[in-house]
Write a protein that binds this ligand. Structure first.
Ligand code: MOS
Length: 692
């Protein structure tokens, strides 16, 4: 695929695909260097308290053990921006699993044996890890995650609700969920003179560099962070994680390169989780099915280490026209690990609850759930009053209904032997964001181009789509463009997150390439040996306020069978239609959509995490107990999109696509289970023990 007319939007295969499938793509654990040591952390074995003693003698006596770092001997670091990174700096234990030591050894096996041999004594304090909606310490924070106000209110939601012809007052519960990327969090660090070089499995190397510079009190230009290949993150690698701090500390202490690859069983405690959310929805409607009042209240948890408030009531500010609207977040500080970002934080749990409640209202009103949503389309964004830059939710619902065969749906379920069959629908939304970024483009004398941007490709195909954006802006065939990414020395770039990576990096790449094209047009004769370069920095442009409300939208349709003997729910079909601006690579975009939808399927049916109240620990900490969907669970997932032409976004006309696939997917499945069984389950996941 090299034609310039077709490059943007074309199904270009991943540029690094061959490297990945042949095993030559190197991940953070695979940067070997002479003398490299391996390390294994020691997690705290109490739920709250302080370390009173660490006996490292037995560990140090083991063959191959090089050093044991504890709060008593580890390098003293400056306070991090993110307090979860202040590891081995004090004896305090804020939650079980917090690291209280690190064993460095010649081999991973020796490090692990060393960690087992470290003896830690504690002074325990009482702990509380149980989230309830009526928790006496629940409070309304100033803001929810993302800087959103914790509370918004328009009209008289309580009065309007009380006087509504139809009233729905329901509660939903979503358990904690875990990101579990394929590659656990890993960093290899090496000090070269006064320089620190790190290979880190991260969604953004610039942020890692900034935090390391702060903690190790050194200028950023003496630190290089690379993340050439990253085996997923889903938000858990969106901020620097504790393993990179441990690797840099251990490398300094031992004067050797050190790799810290976190064991998967330790991830739940130290890389964040999607906080559990308790939802109360009150929907009032008039006899025509028009919302008169919409109230969405969320209670969630954070840790003692820092405040993190899952912004799950925020999507209710975007979705439906209601003259009275209240959204509210409450949070409880518990002795739990610190929650963090997980794919579509806020929107994903929020839309599960909202879209389930809208389905309940449709059933109550005897209005088709597609039709009910269409009746409640807002003219402008309910929260801000701003016009939408583009909003094609109704078109997604109609197109999805057509493709799914919704018109043939019987209001009652069908049965086939012991199976009940049902179908459901839910809407999706995700905001459009972009951040400033720098990039450069160079024309080389051989006719090729070198484009550099510190993007991270976490498996999404980012480098591929950025090469497409460059080729398009340069008017050059794709095979003349070489792209370099994932190196903090290239310059500042935002992380791969918020479904904004492609928009942010692509904006800078586009601008650098347009400038280069101008420069080349003014140049005559052969290019100098070093070529001609143009730089771009989108500060002030990419982050400018918009007079428009900018969001992507979508609609999910699910068909399920529910086994009345075993209680097993299976998703026989999942179909999504999305309106997300211009799609820049149809192959990788489709993968993003179906990947998100599949993750929603896991949320609906299999992914469950329980906090053990006695031990203060997540019980399911590996993939044998925390069940993500397997191939056999994913029978038929189809993703489609509508072409959207929106001039108010970025030079490519794209909206983000990384997260919207998971938003609403679980609700569509839950709504289908209700259609099949006539029973409304309001707590996820829909495992057999709940359904039977
Ligand atoms: Mo995503 S949770 O914004 O990395």
């Amino acid at each position: 695929m090299t034609g310039t007319e077709t490059v943007l939007g074309a199904p270009v295969e991943r540029l690094e695909g061959r490297e990945k499938v042949t095993g030559t793509a190197r991940y953070a654990a695979e940067y070997d260097a002479p003398g490299r040591a391996q390390a294994w952390p020691v997690p705290a074995a109490v739920a709250r308290g302080r370390v009173t003693g660490v006996d490292t003698a037995a560990a140090l006596a083991l063959p191959g053990v090089v050093a044991v770092l504890t709060h008593e001997n580890a390098p003293r670091l400056a306070d991090p921006e993110d307090p979860t990174l202040a590891v081995l700096q004090s004896p305090q234990v804020p939650h079980r699993g917090w690291f209280v030591g690190l064993v460095v050894a010649e081999t991973l096996e020796a490090a692990r044996a060393g960690a087992d041999a470290v003896r830690v004594t504690y002074e325990e304090e009482g702990h509380d890890v149980t989230l309830t909606a009526s928790h006496p310490e629940a409070y309304v924070p100033e803001t929810a995650n993302g800087g959103f106000p914790a509370v918004t209110e328009q009209g008289d939601p309580d009065g309007a609700f009380d006087s509504s012809a139809t009233r729905l007052d329901v509660e939903y519960r979503i358990p904690p969920l875990h990101n579990h990327p394929m590659e656990p969090h890993t960093s290899t660090a090496q000090w070269v003179g006064d320089r620190l070089v790190v290979h880190s499995s991260s969604q953004g190397s610039s942020a890692v560099r900034t935090e390391l510079a702060r903690m190790f009190e050194m200028p950023e230009d003496r630190i290089t962070v690379r993340a050439e290949h990253v085996g997923g993150g889903f938000g858990s690698k969106g901020t620097p994680r504790v393993e990179v701090v441990l690797a840099a500390m251990a490398a300094r202490q031992t004067d050797r390169p050190v790799t810290v690859a976190l064991p998967r069983r330790y991830l739940a405690a130290v890389v964040g989780h999607r906080a559990p959310t308790l939802h109360r929805l009150r929907l009032g409607a008039d006899p025509d099915g028009r919302l008169t009042s919409l109230v969405h209240e969320v209670t969630t948890q954070t840790s003692r280490v820092k405040e993190f408030v899952e912004q799950a009531a925020v999507p209710a500010r975007v979705m439906y026209a209601a003259p009275a609207l209240r959204t509210l977040h409450r949070v409880v500080r518990l002795d739990v690990p610190t929650p963090s970002w997980m794919r579509a934080p806020g929107e994903c749990p929020g839309m599960y609850a909202l879209e389930s409640a809208v389905d309940e209202l449709a059933a109550e009103l005897h209005v088709d759930p597609v039709e009910l949503r269409i009746r409640n389309e807002p003219e402008t964004e309910p929260d801000s009053g701003k016009p939408f830059s583009s909003r094609h939710l109704v078109e997604c619902l109609r197109e999805g209904a057509r493709r799914f065969g919704w018109q043939d749906r019987d209001p009652r379920s069908r049965s086939a032997g012991p199976l009940l069959v049902g179908s459901g629908v839910a809407a999706a939304t995700y905001p459009v964001m972009a951040s400033p970024c720098v990039a450069s483009a160079r024309a080389l004398p051989d006719g090729g181009f070198l484009v550099r941007v510190n993007a991270t490709d976490i498996g999404t195909g980012a480098r591929t789509v950025l090469a497409q954006i460059a080729a398009d802006a340069l008017g050059a065939p794709l095979d003349r463009v070489r792209i370099e990414v994932a190196d903090s020395d290239i310059g500042f770039a935002p992380m791969a997150g918020g479904s904004s990576g492609t928009a942010s990096w692509g904006w800078a790449v586009h601008e650098a390439c347009v400038r280069l094209t101008d420069r080349l047009a003014g140049h005559s004769g052969p290019l100098p040996d070093e070529g001609i370069t143009a730089d771009a920095d989108t500060s002030g442009t990419a982050d400018a306020e918009s007079p428009f409300a900018r969001h992507a939208f979508g609609a999910h349709f699910a068909e399920v069978t529910v086994d009345t003997v075993s209680g097993e729910v299976r998703v026989t079909r999942l179909l999504g239609v999305f309106a997300a601006g211009r799609i820049l690579n149809s192959r990788t975009a489709r993968s993003q959509f179906i990947g998100g939808m599949t993750m929603g399927l896991g949320m609906a049916l299999t992914e469950d995490s329980t906090m053990d109240p006695a031990f203060g620990d997540f019980a399911e900490r590996d993939l044998a107990s925390y069940h993500v969907p397997a191939h056999a669970d994913v029978a038929d997932v189809q993703a489609y999109w509508l072409d959207e032409d929106d001039d108010h976004l970025n030079p490519m006309g794209s909206k983000g696509i990384g997260e919207i696939g998971i938003v609403g997917s679980a609700a569509a499945i839950g709504n289908a289970v209700h259609h099949a069984t006539g029973i409304r389950f309001r707590e996820l996941p829909l495992t057999p023990h709940r359904v039977l």
